[in-house]
Design a protein around this ligand. Structure first.
Ligand code: PHB
Length: 390
C-alpha cells in the first residue's frame, strides 16, 4: 500500500535550509511538505556549528518567533587570530560595521520546527526519501519508519537533504561535482567551564590549529586539529586539555569536565548541477565547506533565500526566469564562500607535509592580514557575510 500526498513543494530534509524554505514559502501562501529521515529529537540535539551571519539573523527576525538568536544568542563584534603566541583582533564593527551571532544550529532548528508546527504545517519525521522522479509533476518516493511507502507529488521538489543527498542523483546523475579533501580534521569537545576569552580565538601554532568557541556562560565548545582517523575514545581528558592548550600558546584555557567529543572530517564540495527541470538542490546537498570559515549553515540560508524568490515567481506568476538563473546566481556566492573557507583553513592549519618554507610563508600571510586595514576588512566582510541581496 502506498499513500500519495499532493502538495506544491516537496522538501526533502528538515535542516536549516529545508525548514527555512518552507517558512518563506508559507509566508507567500505556498504550501509545502517537509520530510526528514531523522526523529525530531535527533535533529534538535545534534551538535553543529554556532555562528550566524548578520543576514541569517535578519532573515530569522523576519520569521517572527525565531529571533531568539538575538535574545538567547550573543552578538560578536570580532574574533581573535592568534599566531606566534600573540593575539590579533579582527574588529568587525570597525572594519565593516557588521557582526555575527553565536547561536547554535540546533537552537535554530528548535525554533524553526516549533514555528512550523505551531502554524499547522506538514512536517514529517522518520520518513526516508528513496528517490525522486523529474517531470511536470515531480515525485518523491519515500517510506516511513514502519516501512510504509509514501509518494509525494508536487509542482517542485527541493533537495535539502545534506551531504548524502538522495535528491542529488536526480539532479546530477552520474556527474558529481568539484571537491577537495584535506589531510586533517577537527577534534571537537564540549566542556563545563567558563569562557576562556570574550571572543572566539582562531589559533595557528606549530602543533596545528585550535578554535576556542563558546556555547554559554557555563558550556564551551573547542576544537583542535587532528588526524582524520583519530579515535575519540583514545584520549584521556588530561590529554585532550594538553592537545588543546599547546595549540593556543599565550592564553591559558579554563578547563572543566569534557562531556562530549567528536571528530569532524573536512571536505570542500560543490555539485556540478544545482537544478534539473523541477528539482533543485540547496545547502549541504549542493555544497559542503570546511568549518573554519563558519559558512555552512549561512550558505544554506543564502541558497534558500534565492530559491524561495524563484519558486514564488514560478508558482504564483508562472515566471521561470529566476529559477533559470538560480544555479548561476547561487554559484557566485557558493564559490566565494568556498574560497573563504579554504583560505581560512589553509592559512590556519599545519599541513602534515609542510616544509620550513611553507610554515614561514603562512606566518607572512597571517601578518599581511592582521597588519593591514584591507586584509582585516576582507576577513571581516567574508566572515560576517556578503549582503543576501547581491
Ligand atoms: C562552533 O562554535 O561550533 C564554531 C564556531 C566557529 C567556526 C566553526 C565552529 O568557524
Amino acid at each position: 500500500m502506498t499513500t500519495t500526498v499532493r502538495t506544491r513543494v516537496a522538501i526533502i530534509g528538515a535542516g536549516p535550509a529545508g525548514l527555512m524554505l518552507s517558512h518563506l514559502l508559507a509566508a507567500a501562501g505556498i504550501e509545502s511538505v517537509v520530510i526528514d529521515q531523522r526523529t525530531r529529537d535527533d535533529i534538535e540535539s545534534t551538535i553543529r556549528a554556532g555562528i550566524l551571519e548578520q543576514g541569517t539573523v535578519e532573515l530569522l527576525d523576519a520569521i517572527g518567533p525565531a529571533s531568539r538568536a538575538r535574545t538567547v544568542g550573543h552578538r560578536h563584534d570580532g574574533i581573535e587570530l592568534r599566531f606566534e603566541g600573540e593575539g590579533h583582533r579582527i574588529d568587525f564593527a570597525e572594519s565593516v560595521g557588521r557582526a555575527v551571532w553565536l547561536y547554535p544550529q540546533h537552537e535554530v532548528l528548535k525554533d524553526l520546527i516549533a514555528a512550523r508546527l505551531a502554524a499547522g504545517q506538514d512536517l514529517r519525521f522518520g520518513v526516508t526519501a528513496d528517490g525522486v522522479d523529474d517531470g511536470d509533476r515531480p515525485r518523491v518516493h519515500a517510506h516511513d519508519a514502519d516501512g510504509v511507502a509514501l509518494e509525494i507529488e508536487a509542482d517542485f521538489v527541493v533537495g535539502s537533504d545534506g551531504s548524502r543527498s538522495v535528491a542529488r542523483a536526480a539532479v546530477s546523475g552520474a556527474r558529481n561535482g568539484s571537491f577537495r579533501e584535506y589531510p586533517f580534521a577537527w577534534f571537537g569537545i564540549l566542556c563545563e567551564a567558563p569562557p576562556s576569552s570574550e571572543e572566539l580565538i582562531y589559533s595557528n601554532s606549530p602543533d596545528g590549529f585550535a578554535l576556542v568557541s563558546q556555547r554559554s556562560a557555563t558550556v564551551q565548545r573547542m576544537y583542535f586539529q587532528c588526524d582524520p582517523d583519530s579515535d575519540t575514545a583514545a584520549f584521556s581528558e588530561e590529554q585532550l586539555w594538553d592537545e588543546l592548550q599547546k595549540r593556543v600558546p599565550g592564553t591559558t584555557l579554563k578547563q572543566g569536565p569534557i562531556f562530549q567529543r567528536d571528530v569532524l572530517r573536512f571536505r570542500s564540495f560543490v555539485a556540478h548541477d544545482l537544478r534539473r527541470g523541477r528539482i533543485a538542490l540547496v545547502g549541504d546537498a549542493a555544497h559542503t565547506v570546511p568549518p573554519t570559515g563558519a559558512k555552512g549553515m549561512n550558505l544554506a540560508i543564502a541558497d534558500v533565500r534565492l530559491l524561495a524568490s524563484a519558486l514564488k515567481a514560478l508558482l504564483l506568476d508562472g515566471d521561470e526566469r529566476l529559477l533559470d538563473a538560480y544555479p548561476e546566481t547561487a554559484s557566485r556566492r557558493i564559490w566565494k564562500a568556498q574560497h573563504f573557507s579554504w583560505w581560512m583553513t589553509s592559512m590556519l592549519h599545519a599541513a602534515p607535509d609542510a616544509t620550513d618554507f611553507d610554515r614561514r610563508r603562512q606566518l607572512g600571510e597571517l601578518r599581511s592580514v592582521v597588519e593591514s586595514e584591507h586584509g582585516r576588512a576582507y576577513l571581516a566582510e567574508a566572515y560576517c557575510g556578503w549582503p543576501l541581496d547581491a
